[in-house]
Design a protein around this ligand. Sequence first.
Ligand code: NAD
Ligand code: DAU
Length: 335
Amino acid sequence: MKLLVTGGAGFIGSNFIRYWLKKYPNDKIVNLDKLTYAGHLSSTKDFSDNPKCTFIKGDICSSELVHEIMKAIDIVVHFAAESHVDRSIVGPATFVKTNILGTQVLLDAAVKNKVKRFHHVSTDEVFGSLPLNSKAKFSEKTIYDPKSPYSASKAASDHLVRAYHNTYGLDITITNTSNNYGPYQDPEKFLPRMITNLIDDKEIPIYGDGKYVRDWIYVEDHCRAIDIVLQKAKVGETYLVGGLTKDVNNLQIAKKLLKIFRYDESYLKFVKDRPGHDRRYAVNWSKIKLELGWKPKYDFDTWLERTVEWYKYNEWWWRPIKKEAEKLYAKTGQK
Ligand code: NAD
Ligand code: DAU
C-alpha cells in the first residue's frame, strides 16, 4: 500500500506516520507538508531516514504538485490544515484557503487518479457548542453548527468530502475527533502551553472563568481509530472519536497539572477570554465502538502525567518553537 499523508510534520500527522510505519513496515508513505509555523521537521526526526517514508515540502493548494503526487497513491489520510482556533480569529483567510480550497484540490486529484480511499481527519468543533451541566453529547446525527472561522472551514471541508463521494463516487471516510494530547503538540495549544510554562516556573493562562469543557483523547488512540476506520469501515461513513465519558473543565485540568508539578494555585492566571469561546464539547463515540470495536486505551490521568514527562525530557523539541507560540498571545493579549 502507498499512503499520502498530508500534514505529516504536524502534531497528529507525525504521530500517525510513526504509528503506521511501526505497524505496517512494508507500506510506503509520502508525507506532503508545507512546513508552516506548525510544521516541524524535528517532529519527523526519528523516521526521516526510513526509506519507506518520503517527505515532500509543498502546499496542498498547489494543484499541479498534488496531481503529480496522487498518481502513485492508494490511500490518502488528510491531516494538513490550519488547526488553531485563536489564530483563526486573528487571521481567518489562510484557514479558508488551506482547509477548504486545499481539501478540494486533494479531492479532485484523488478522483482523477482513482485512489482507493480518501480519509478526512476532522474535528468535533464542527458541531458547535453544548450547554454546561447538561448530559448532551455530539453524535454522527448532530447538525453542523460551527462557531469559529476554524470550525467553519473544517465544516466546509467535511461537506466537500461527502459531496465528492455523492457526486463522483470517491471512496471516502471521515473521523471527527476531540482534543488530542501527547508528544509533539505545538506549545501554542492548551496542554503543552501549560506544561511548558510550568517547566519554566511561569504562571498558566486560563481563558475567562476556566469552566470550558473539552473531550480529551491521547493521540495514539486517535491514530488507532483512523487505522481501524481504514481497515474496517464502510465507505462513505463518518465516525466520532473521543476519549472521555465524564466532563472535565480547563480549570480542573490546570489543577491536575499543578498537582503533578507540586505547585500551588498562585500559578493560575485568569486572562481575557477567547471571542466566541465554545462552552462545552462532549463526544458520543458509541458508533465506532459498536460497529468497529474501537475504544480508547489510554486513560487521561496516567497519560497526562506521561505527556508532562515527555515535555520534561524533550526540551530540544519544544524550546525552539515556544517563542513563536507566545508571539501570538502577545498579539491577542492572552498572556
Ligand atoms: P497541526 O497544526 O499540528 O499540524 C498541521 C500540519 O499541516 C503542519 O505540519 C502544517 O505545516 C501542515 N500544513 C498546514 N497548511 C498546509 C498546506 N497548505 N499544505 C500542506 N501542509 C500544510 O495540526 P494537528 O493538531 O496535528 O491537526 C491535524 C488535523 O487534525 C487537522 O486537520 C485538524 O483540524 C484535525 N484535528 C485536530 C485535533 C487536535 O486536537 N489537534 C482534533 C481533531 C481534529
Ligand atoms: O476539539 C478538537 C479541537 O481541539 C481541534 O479541532 C483543534 O485543532 C484543536 O486546536 C483543539 O481546539 P481547542 O480550541 O479546543 O484547543 P486549545 O488547545 O486551543 O484550547 C483548549 C481549551 O483551553 C479551550 O477552551 C481554550 C482554553 N485555553 C487555551 C489556551 C491556549 C486556555 O484556557 N488557555 C490557553 O492558554
